[in-house]
Design a protein around this ligand. Sequence first.
Ligand code: AMP
Length: 312
Amino acid sequence: MSILAVGTVAFDSIDTPFGSAERVLGGSASYLTLAARPFCEDVRLVGVVGHDFPDEYRQVLANGGVDLEGLEVDEDGKTFFWHGQYHYDMNERDTLDTQLNVLASFEPDLPASYLDSDIVCLGNLEPGIQRDVLDQVHDPDFVVADTMNYWIENTPDSLRTTLSRVDCFVINDAEARELADEPNLVRAAGQIRGMGPETLIIKKGEHGALLFTDESVFSAPAYPLEDIQDPTGAGDAFAGGLAGHLYRTGTVDEDALRRAVIYGSVMASYVVQRYGPDRLLDLDPTAIAERARSFRELAAIPKLVPLDKQLV
Ligand code: AMP
């Protein structure tokens, strides 16, 4: 059993009102794979980097136990670069620069050993490339996908074609509103599920996440943290933890999906505590389980008393 994740492997420059970091390891595939790895021994990465990608960053992914056979090196170009700036309210960010570089000509050619992958995570990436990967994997059990405003605005038709092949779509609230062209999140969710994905998760940054299925709507809290350094990658780490938990349970029923949202939230809560994905590297299963338990306590509602009964 295995998880395959395709996405960007990037240099990220990040500015927040409280600090900045230049050209740290980033990219949707980096965060996805490192967040899925504590749940699954066999996590495979598909992506591309350029001649400027340092061995030190490759080692971070390798030391995290990620299979890098599918990480192509394009010697003719430079690695994908993203520059983001967060506002005082760190739920808000602007993209200052996106340089696709080697991603612009990337045509994934999966190693033979990847073709039997069970769960496929289509990380934030050009939707045509997401489909190229799906076309190659033999009959995956479950497909999780993410995207970003960049692709909603630049490749809307291609994104819809990809969505028709996705089981679980993970998107943030602003992107959901933009994709559905609908300000109300519940109505937007209905429209997006109509585009294909049976399961939809809308992430709301520090306000948690909503899970929409045929059966119900589930609302998960976010972990209240005092030390948020850099929210970059939270969405991808969320998807990695989610896929990791589904891999572990081997089922995608309502309970499994709800728990997966919690494990996704746990991994996201770790990643925001540092610049880059480093925080994901030193996590042990006990710490992950403990934080998941505190999520249950966070959202525990005491027994409710009907209005016609005395409160004491
Ligand atoms: P998140 O904070 O989870 O939305 O993910 C941020 C990560 O996505 C950063 O590490 C970026 O390198 C990467 N990224 C930014 N823009 C794009 C894009 N247009 N396509 C793919 N990946 C991107």
